[in-house]
Design a protein around this ligand. Structure first.
Ligand code: LIP
Length: 271
């Protein structure tokens, strides 16, 4: 396939799904075998990588490139290669690593395919729950093949809002200040530990909204498309696009209310 050629979203979605299921099986087997250990740390001593993160990314990359050798790759655990096809895969082989390390639920495999400057398809697999969230641009979002839609019409004070926290102490202090201001204004907060699953929770109505500062492209790519295709608005603050600086996701009416609440708190200030 050469850059600029029409994108076969159905084929990309099928390949993303098979790659996610392959990685999910590897991760489940590793978790059940026990003995998960920290192989390395990244931004802080608590920002951990396990051997399973790396094994899952290797398996996903090999699976994708065996089928589409001219594609590009961007993966959390180090894959970063261009490809002449015009399609780039954005991979978080294990989102929610700390949950996985502690044998807690709330970890996922997130795989998206980008082309023509947009995410075209995305899948988020929750292996423990046996749930597959998927979306193809313009074709809606599904959970295990059943169409899903975010919940509209929820007032701010009734909203169940997800969020997450960074790995550096200075950033967590700022995030705690923001949380102190948000918590009294909403129904409640949930901290699930996987951004991909947070975004999918908004897509299917398990959360009414979600916000976080510091997401990487691989945390965001698939879940953002799934949430958008489920009718949610996904953006940054004050009209900015979603980015590492900030991500906010909710049905459009609640998105506006959360944006209005959050902007004065400057949750995207550096720390
Ligand atoms: C996680 C994110 C989550 C965030 C965690 C962590 P990881 O990604 O998905 O939203 O709050 O701190 O960054 O590190 O498990 O791939």
């Amino acid at each position: 396939m050469t850059a600029g050629a029409p994108v076969d979203r159905a084929a990309l979605l099928e390949l993303a799904t098979s790659a996610a299921r392959l990685a999910g099986a590897i991760l489940l087997e590793g978790r059940r075998a026990g003995g998960i250990t920290v192989a390395a740390t990244k931004s802080s001593p608590t920002d951990v990588v396990t051997a399973m993160d790396r094994a899952a990314e290797r398996a996903i990359a090999a699976h994708l490139l065996a089928a589409r050798p001219d594609d590009g790759l961007l993966g959390e655990e180090g894959d970063d290669r261009p490809g002449p096809s015009g399609v780039r895969w954005v991979i978080d082989p294990l989102d929610g690593t700390v949950n996985y390390l502690y044998d807690l639920p709330g970890w996922s495999v997130s795989i998206a395919a980008e082309a023509a400057g947009q995410t075209q398809v995305g899948v988020v697999l929750a292996p423990l729950a046996g749930e597959l969230f998927a979306a193809s641009r313009g074709d809606g979002a599904t959970l295990d093949g059943v169409p899903i839609h975010c919940t509209a019409g929820v007032p701010l004070a009734q909203a169940l809002v997800g969020t997450g926290f960074g790995y550096r102490s200075a950033r967590r202090a700022v995030q705690a200040e923001v949380l102190q201001a948000v918590l009294p204004q909403v129904r409640d907060i949930r901290r699930l530990g996987s951004a991909a699953l947070d975004l999918c929770a908004v897509a299917c109505g398990r959360l009414d909204g979600y916000y976080e500062r510091g997401l990487k492209p691989w945390d965001l790519a698939a879940g953002a498309l799934i949430a958008e295709e489920a009718g949610a608005q996904v953006g940054g603050l004050a009209g900015a696009p979603p980015s590492t600086a900030f991500v906010l996701a909710a049905a459009p009416d609640l998105f506006a209310a959360l944006d209005q609440l959050l902007v004065p708190l400057r949750p995207d200030r550096d720390a």
